[in-house]
Ligand binder design. Sequence first.
Ligand code: NI
Length: 177
Amino acid sequence: MESLPIRVFGDPVLKRIAEEVQDIDGTLADLCGRMLEAMYEAPGIGLAAPQVGVSKRFFVYDYGDGPKVLINPEIVESDGEWEYDEGCLSVPGMSWNIVRPKMIHIIGYGLDGEEISIEADELESRLYQHEMDHLDGKLLLDYLDEEQRKEAKKILRQMIMRQGNTGPEGPRKIQFP
Ligand code: NI
């Protein structure tokens, strides 16, 4: 089976606020499996459902200890400040230093329907915050000042045009350089 294409900047699904998952079932598990394949192939350490065109509140990730899924996640606590050079598979080839809370406490559900509670710091915390943004229709570009954003959009538009990324089926996947 062909792997799921990752939607890139300009695709409206990335700006949408995703809906709560109602049923944790086999269909969702299959989709998570295919998302993990696309994530590893990219390669990336996290991928949110809107990035494959599904406007639902869940994401897959692998923070070095195997593939995981977090469904209907919610950040219940955050603390501190941490700056990190952050990139995104939907904004290919670009990254920016972005300040976010250093530590978070995030809760959600796994594919078995069990509640998950994670306290995370630094990079792991950043990963969850980044994926949460995707569920709220936010991209890295929303953190930039006007000047930076203009410049980034220009580069992205050129990149997307060069790669002929506007077929009838919507944006195709862009390979990382
Ligand atoms: Ni991203």
